[in-house]
Design a protein around this ligand. Structure first.
Ligand SMILES: Cc1cc2nc3c(=O)[nH]c(=O)nc-3n(C[C@H](O)[C@H](O)[C@H](O)COP(=O)(O)O)c2cc1C
Length: 356
C-alpha cells in the first residue's frame, strides 16, 4: 500500500496519487514484448482510472503513474511483483490536484523514437495504429462501409482499446480528411459523408467500463456540437465512451446559442461538451465559441456547470480552454471522461461546501 497506509487517514478523493520509479529490465524486451506489455497495461490502467507514461531505454525503465489512491495501489502492487524488472527504486511519491497524463492510459516512449527518419516513419513509430490512417481516410471518403467495418473489427480483435483507436486512428484520420478538403482533394460533401462513415465505424469500438459506473455515481453530460457546426463526429464518439462508463448522456445539435441554452436549462447536466469540427481547424470560431460558453453558464445560474470544448482547434493546441472561457479543452477524445469526472466531482464538492 502506497497511498493508503494503515493508521493514516485516506487522502481526500479529489487528490490524485502520483508515483515515479526507475528499475532495471531483467532482460531487454523485444519491440513486440514491450508493445504487448503496454497494451495490457493500458487496458488495466483504464479500468482503475490510472494514467501515466513508461520510458524504456538501454535496459532501464522509468515510469510515472497517477490516479485515485486505491486504483494506483492495485496497479503498483502488481508492478512491484513483476519479475520482468528488478532494482526497483521509487523516485517520488506524492498527492497532486491534477494529472499530467490525463489523455494517456500509458504513454510509451522508447529510445528508437528519438531518431526518426521520415515523417511517415515517425508516425508509424509513434503508434502502430497510425499506419492505417491513409487506408481508413480513403475508405471513409469512398464511403466503403463494409471494408471499414472489417478493418475495425480486425483491430479490435487484436486487442486495441477504444481509447487507442480514438486517439491514434480515428482522430488523426478525421484531421487527414480535413487536410484533403483544405487541399481541394475532396468536396465538402465528401468530407461530411466521410466523417459520418468514420463515426459509424467508431461505434463498433467499445470502451472499457470505468470506475464511474462501479461507484454507482450518476453523472450527466450534454454533448453538443457548436451551434451551426455540421460535423458531429466528436460528440457521437464521446457519447459511446460516456454511456459505456455509466454516465447519463444527452445530445444536442443546436442551430443557435438560444437552442443550446434552452436545452441546458431544461436538462441541468453536470457537464457540457461543445464540439467544433475534428477535421477542420475552424480558427475563425474562437470568439463565437467564447460567447456560446458564456451564454451556457448563464443559462444555469443555480448550478455550476463544467464546460469542456473540443475539435481540431484544441487537439492541435491552436486554442486553449482559457481562450474560450471553458474549464477544459480536449486534446483528444481519449481520456476526456476521466478529466471531466474529476472536474464534476470537484464542482459538486464545492457546491456541497457552499451549501453546508
Ligand atoms: C516496467 C513495467 C511497467 C508496467 N506497467 C504497468 C502498468 O502501468 N499497468 C499495469 O496494469 N501493468 C503494468 N505492468 C504489468 C504488471 O506488472 C502486471 O504484469 C500486470 O498488471 C498483471 O498483473 P497481475 O500479475 O497482478 O495479474 C508493468 C510491468 C513492467 C515490467
Amino acid at each position: 500500500m502506497v497511498f493508503q497506509d494503515e493508521g493514516q487517514r485516506s487522502p481526500p478523493d479529489r487528490l490524485i496519487g502520483c508515483l515515479t520509479y526507475q528499475s532495471r529490465a531483467a532482460r531487454a524486451p523485444s519491440e513486440d514484448e514491450l508493445d504487448s506489455l503496454v497494451s495490457r497495461a493500458r487496458r488495466r490502467n483504464n479500468q482503475h482510472g490510472v494514467t501515466g507514461m513508461l520510458l524504456y531505454e538501454d535496459g532501464r525503465y522509468l515510469q510515472t503513474l497517477e490516479g485515485p489512491p486505491t486504483g494506483l495501489d492495485t496497479i503498483w502492487s502488481s508492478i512491484r511483483r513483476d519479475e520482468r524488472h528488478q532494482e526497483i527504486e521509487v523516485l517520488s511519491q506524492h498527492l497532486v490536484s491534477a494529472r499530467l497524463f490525463s489523455d494517456w492510459d500509458l504513454l510509451l516512449y522508447r529510445k528508437a523514437e528519438q531518431a526518426p527518419t521520415t515523417l511517415l516513419e515517425r508516425l508509424r513509430r509513434k503508434h502502430p495504429l497510425s499506419q492505417h490512417v491513409p487506408t481508413v481516410a480513403k475508405l471513409a471518403l469512398n464511403a466503403d462501409e463494409p471494408k471499414l467495418n472489417d478493418l475495425f473489427a480486425q483491430l479490435a480483435e487484436k486487442g486495441w482499446t477504444g481509447d487507442d483507436m480514438a486517439r491514434d486512428l480515428l482522430e488523426p484520420t478525421a484531421r487527414a480528411m480535413g487536410d484533403a478538403w483544405l487541399a481541394d482533394e475532396c468536396s465538402e460533401f465528401d468530407l461530411t459523408l466521410g466523417l459520418g462513415m468514420l463515426q459509424m465505424a467508431g461505434h463498433a469500438v467499445r470502451y472499457s467500463k470505468g470506475p464511474d459506473e462501479l461507484r454507482g455515481n450518476q453523472y450527466t453530460i450534454l454533448l453538443a456540437s457548436a451551434p451551426g457546426e455540421p460535423h458531429m463526429f466528436g460528440p457521437s464518439l464521446l457519447a459511446d465512451q460516456f454511456t459505456d462508463a455509466g454516465w447519463a448522456v444527452e445530445m444536442a445539435f443546436p442551430s443557435s446559442d438560444e437552442a443550446l441554452t434552452n436545452q441546458l436549462h431544461e436538462q441541468q447536466p453536470d457537464a457540457l461538451d461543445i464540439a467544433l469540427s475534428d477535421a477542420l481547424p475552424r480558427d475563425s470560431k474562437v470568439a463565437q465559441l467564447r460567447a456560446t460558453v458564456r451564454q451556457s453558464r448563464w443559462s444555469m445560474p443555480e448550478q455550476p456547470l463544467v464546460v469542456s470544448v473540443g475539435g481540431r482547434l484544441f487537439a492541435e493546441a491552436a486554442a486553449t480552454a482559457e481562450h474560450v472561457g471553458a474549464d477544459h479543452a480536449r486534446r483528444s477524445l481519449a481520456g476526456t471522461r476521466l478529466s471531466l469526472r474529476e472536474l464534476v466531482e470537484n464542482a459538486r464538492r464545492g457546491r456541497e461546501e457552499t451549501d453546508g
